[in-house]
Design a protein around this ligand. Structure first.
Ligand code: SF4
Length: 561
């Protein structure tokens, strides 16, 4: 089939299958592997918008295909693709190596295809990309690029298309960054499009969001772009948006649309939904509308909400009663009020403790609490104290098995555009600044320690790395001690951590022998992780049902009806 646009998702490091790379614990707490094969939700918004208007668009998750098979060959796939444009995401900067290499290969193998790049990191580095990466024809700026992309596909005069920087012969033309939709209601997150596109292209794998999606499927619903807070490490913060992404404040998807999004997943796919953005910060009227409508409509799928700050018992009570399975996640980042405030999260341990207690007491299914290692103003002991506090939180909730606490490093990169990256006075020492600095770090580095683009005033690189292994190991011990984990689970995770730690230590002396054994490496979907990875997944309780097949069946059945 001839496409107008193929949206391609690169792996973090293009040649990860050939290189021995210790990704360490950088992806223990996300559904992706260390190759970060999960594509941005923006792909779905772009595909839904363009397909609705008659364009032939598909997603191709190249990262996942590479993880799935050692034999997968990107060049061979390119030779078979019939499309005018390929859109590569460079939303998260850790994909810079994969994105630039895919662009290079596309231009080598198929110079007839025009290459677009988009996403927040592409926006931040738009000028550098056009200057230094000859394989990219167009960078589309901003966090909402559907309308701009439609103009490009429709063949409008490039000079009249806002937000793009592009090549015209040997010249770079910059149309600036002037167009920003004022709300998100024109967007659609139509998951049935993924199923339709999978069927039409005979390529289920290329559409899967991440390796384990068929076992642990989750649909995302986006409630906001931008944020009211300015957390020090966050490239999607108020500070970053105001200074680099053209938005003085966050914009929202209306509560009506949000409910529609959730209910369409409930009705069409029957899989858990993760609502991104803190909807409890909305007005009382909006919250009332969302919860009462969902309840009235009879929602019966698991829901996961994230919150930016603790909320009242009353709000939690409404939320928890919406459906039979409501989970929650909150990121206090540090157990020190002082460090938390410094890093932009304005609440105390006391309010966190009440919030966690209320959620569990009201019958919430699962609450995840996240701490971070590598924050400004945080020393090694502060990060280890977070583990002591985690014990305290678990004990004060009577070792409630619905409470899950995690710790992980800020890695591999501190986000460009964040306060930490831009303002040295916050306490970060940024080692890599430019796009190519980051590319080179991923190209030459062997371990996640080599990739870190920052140190802090209080912790150098080695301290961040060692503290990470110590804190995760200690947290696993605490969880075992309190009965959350079995001795076997602890032993297995401990071995994975130690193998990764040792591989880094030896690599510093030029000894890559342990790496080659493979335990600490990311090579396939079956990469080894600590038990924490299992703990972050929720909703389907480890069911091995092939959900995608079920969904395709459902879709075919309903379209016949
Ligand atoms: S990390 Fe902070 S700034 Fe970023 S989205 Fe979350 S609450 Fe907002």
């Amino acid at each position: 089939m001839k496409y107008d646009l193929v949206l391609m998702h690169p792996p973090s490091i293009y040649d990860f299958r050939k290189r021995d790379i210790v990704a360490g614990p950088i992806s223990e707490l996300v559904p992706s592997t260390g190759v970060f094969e999960m594509y941005p939700i923006g792909f779905l918004a772009i595909m839904s918008y363009l397909r609705e208007r008659g364009y032939k668009v598909r997603i191709d998750n190249v990262a996942l295909k590479m993880l799935n098979s050692r034999r997968y060959n990107f060049e061979e796939e390119l030779l078979k693709i019939d499309t005018d444009y390929i859109g590569l995401d460079l939303h998260w900067l850790p994909h810079v190596h994969g994105a630039l290499n895919l662009a290079r290969i596309i231009k080598d193998v198929r110079p007839d295809i025009r290459v677009m790049m988009g996403g927040l990191s592409a926006t931040y580095y738009a000028e550098e990309i056009m200057k230094d990466v000859k394989d990219v024809d167009i960078v589309v700026r901003g966090d909402t690029s559907e309308i701009t992309m439609e103009m490009i596909l429709a063949g409008k005069n490039m000079r009249d298309i806002p937000n793009i920087i592009y090549r015209e012969g040997a010249t770079i033309k910059d149309n600036g960054f002037t167009f920003m939709p004022e709300n998100l209601d024109y967007q659609k997150y139509d998951y049935t499009q993924i199923i339709k596109s999978s069927i039409r292209s005979f390529d289920v794998l290329g559409h899967l969001p991440y390796c384990d999606w068929t076992k642990e499927p989750v649909a995302m619903v986006l409630s906001t772009h931008g944020c009211s807070y300015s957390c020090g490490i966050c490239g999607g913060s108020h500070f970053a948006y105001k200074n680099f992404y053209g938005r003085p404040g966050p914009i929202f998807r209306s509560s009506e649309k949000l409910v529609e999004d959730i209910m369409s997943i409930n009705n069409d796919l029957k899989i858990p939904v993760f609502v991104v953005g803190d909807i409890l910060m909305r007005s009382a009227k909006d919250k009332e509308y969302i919860f009462s409508t969902l309840k009235k409509e009879g929602i019966d799928i698991p829901l996961l909400f994230e919150v930016f700050v603790p909320h009242t018992r009353e709000d939690l009570s409404r939320m928890v009663n919406v459906t039979y399975d409501v989970s929650m996640e909150i990121s206090p980042d540090s157990s020190s009020d002082k460090i938390r405030f410094k890093n932009g999260r304005p609440y105390t341990n006391k309010s966190l403790e009440k919030f966690v207690f209320d959620f569990l007491d009201l019958g919430g299914k699962k609450i995840d609490v996240y701490f971070l290692i590598g924050l400004a103003g945080q020393g090694r002991q502060d990060a280890l104290d977070d583990v002591k506090y985690a014990r305290h939180l678990m004990e004060m909730n009577n070792r409630n098995e619905r409470l899950f606490i995690f710790t992980s490093p800020v890695s591999p990169f501190l986000d460009p555009g964040s306060r930490g990256f831009e303002l040295p006075e916050l306490g970060y020492k940024v080692k890599y600044r430019t796009l190519m600095d980051h590319y080179n770090a991923l190209d030459r580095g062997r371990t996640w320690a080599d990739f870190l683009n920052y140190e802090t005033v209080l912790m150098d690189r080695d301290t961040i790395v060692n503290t990470t292994y110590d804190a995760i190991d200690e947290l696993l011990k605490v969880k075992t001690d309190l009965g959350y984990l079995s001795n076997e689970e602890f032993a297995r995770s401990h071995q994975i951590l130690e193998s990764s730690r040792l591989a880094i230590k030896l690599s510093e002396k030029g000894d890559y022998g342990l790496m080659k054994k493979g335990d600490a490496l990311i090579k396939s979907c079956g990469t080894k992780y600590t038990v924490l990875k299992k703990e972050i997944m929720w909703g389907t309780g480890g069911s091995r049902t092939k959900k995608m097949i079920f969904m395709i069946y459902r879709y075919l059945h309903s379209s016949r009806e």
